[in-house]
Design a protein around this ligand. Structure first.
Ligand SMILES: C[S@@+](CC[C@H](N)C(=O)[O-])C[C@H]1O[C@@H](n2cnc3c(N)ncnc32)[C@H](O)[C@@H]1O
Length: 260
């Protein structure tokens, strides 16, 4: 199965209506809304890479200036189809100031010209691509000089990603013995539940998954004029709706703020 087919038949996030997508996203990651609201408005042209079904795009577009432009791409045709159908609901419920422009796109070969964007956001995507350096170079290419990128990538040493790596190795062995593809994923995804579904997808299902040390990231972002790297997020879902701060020394992600 090609990667596009995989992501198209396994969209990230809940299956359901707009309200369910939003509710699940920020119940499981209650540190995210506060961080998204720190994305500066009035910057001009924004790009999100790997927007999934669009939850973060909608939240960000409710904080931008009405003259800003927000483009969002994803490799999953089904995620983009759903995101487009959610636009009217988002306008009604989130008081959007800007309408996001969703399109299919590949992080490794973006369809945009050099130096087109002022701000680029990408959450949990580039570590799922087979050529992360190419994706980071693509971000650099389409950013304007002085433009800003906020990118979240899995942190080496994070318990969640470590556990997922061990489970993926186990699955690889089981696949060899049983001559199957992603046997544990197939078994567990039959019992896909509200939050378990996306955990299972990320642990077993995804074709690629990598994690990085701060040193790796400094090398990968060496072309940028400044880079700030902080551990961020939580390894396991939280079940309270209370918003929390995402800075956490044991975080599942590194939050990378890079300027071209
Ligand atoms: C773990 S999900 C994260 C989605 C969203 N950013 C979020 O945080 O919910 C990874 C997303 O990356 C997308 N993706 C994977 N490879 C990609 C690529 N080469 N270009 C663009 N998007 C890609 C998948 O389709 C999927 O929607």
């Amino acid at each position: 199965m090609s990667q596009v087919d995989f992501w198209s038949s396994n969209p990230c996030g809940a299956d359901g209506e707009f309200s369910q997508i939003i509710e699940q996203r920020y119940r499981l990651e209650p540190w995210l809304p506060r961080d998204l609201r720190t994305i500066p408005s009035n910057r001009g042209k924004y790009l999100e890479i790997g927007c999934g079904q669009g939850a973060d795009a909608f939240l960000i577009c409710s904080t931008l200036n009405k003259d800003d432009e927000y483009h969002a791409v994803d490799y999953s045709k089904e995620s983009i189809r759903r995101a487009v159908t959610f636009v009217d609901d988002a306008k009604q419920h989130l008081n959007l100031r800007v309408t996001p422009r969703f399109a299919w796109g590949d992080a490794l070969n973006l369809q945009y010209s050099d130096c087109e964007f002022d701000f680029i956001y990408s959450m949990g995507v580039i570590h799922h691509t087979p050529a992360p350096q190419k994706a980071i170079d693509e971000v650099f290419r389409v950013l304007k000089s002085g433009g800003h990128a906020r990118i979240f990538l899995y942190r080496r040493g994070s318990p969640k990603v470590g556990a997922a790596k061990v489970l993926r190795l186990t699955q690889g062995l089981a696949d060899k013995i049983l001559r199957q593809e992603r046997c544990i994923y197939k078994l567990l995804s039959r019992k896909k539940s509200k939050f378990f579904g996306s955990m299972v997808l990320e642990c077993f299902g995804v074709p690629w998954m990598e994690w990085y040390s701060e040193k790796d990231l400094r090398t990968m972002f060496r072309n940028y004029s400044s880079v700030d790297i902080q551990p961020f997020g939580y390894n396991f879902p939280r079940f309270s709706k209370m918003e929390i701060d995402g800075y956490n020394n044991f975080g599942v992600f590194y939050k990378i703020e890079a300027r071209k």
